[in-house]
Design a protein around this ligand. Sequence first.
Ligand code: FPP
Length: 255
Amino acid sequence: MPAAQKPFSCNVDVTTPAANLPRHVAIIMDGNGRWANQRGLPRLEGHRAGAESVRAIVRACGELGIGYLTLYAFSSENWSRPKAEVSALMHLLEFYLQREVAELDKSNVRLAAIGRIHELPESAQRQLQKGIEALRKNNGLTLVLALSYGGRAEIVDAVRSIARDVKTGALDIADINEDSISQRLYTRDIPDPDLLVRTSGEMRVSNFLLWQVSYAEIHVTDTLWPDFRKPQLLAAIDDYSKRQRRFGGVAPNEA
Ligand code: FPP
């Protein structure tokens, strides 16, 4: 069956009406270290359990019919962690990609990556490229991995690209607008997130999708990322579905 006709199966017990589903969910996956600490385990065990949550949430988002899921898997700032932890996270990423691509393909998931991908170890870059290539033709959920990602760095890269185009005459200063900036972000082909979820109770954006979350609804849960599974995702979506989005205007019933 061609990819475009792959069946959409929804066997999740959804109480949320489809019309209120966020098109794009972005998640700051936090709390792996604390989860491990609470169990007297090394931090790596928290990241391993976190990778299982990634698996469960990707599957659930696909089943729900969500269009885009962006996961903050490794920030620009995470490079300052102990070398052994950085290396373990990179190995975990490679292991996840090796193990999951076939399953992601079966679920019609497409893969994308945002961030300064060239800063990742070459083996991780290769694995990522292989996964993106293998899943390119799918048209279900787009899983976006934010890797070596920083929102400020992304804006710096966009400004550099604009400056280059102005210098060569390809872009007129008068034509610089929100759209031309959006088109130079790593997320150029991806709609802005509707729902931003942060686990482990921290009330911070942590340099994640700074430009793109301007009008996102924010859901913060105390649940640590390794404990965040389908029921917690449904709770976040339920919370989102009750919000009245005004995008800076007034609600229709107040106009
Ligand atoms: C934050 O927890 C989490 C990370 C820095 C990395 C996220 C990585 C994963 C979920 C695992 C692998 C990912 C993929 C895509 C396979 P933390 O270590 O900052 O937790 P803490 O604040 O409790 O210390």
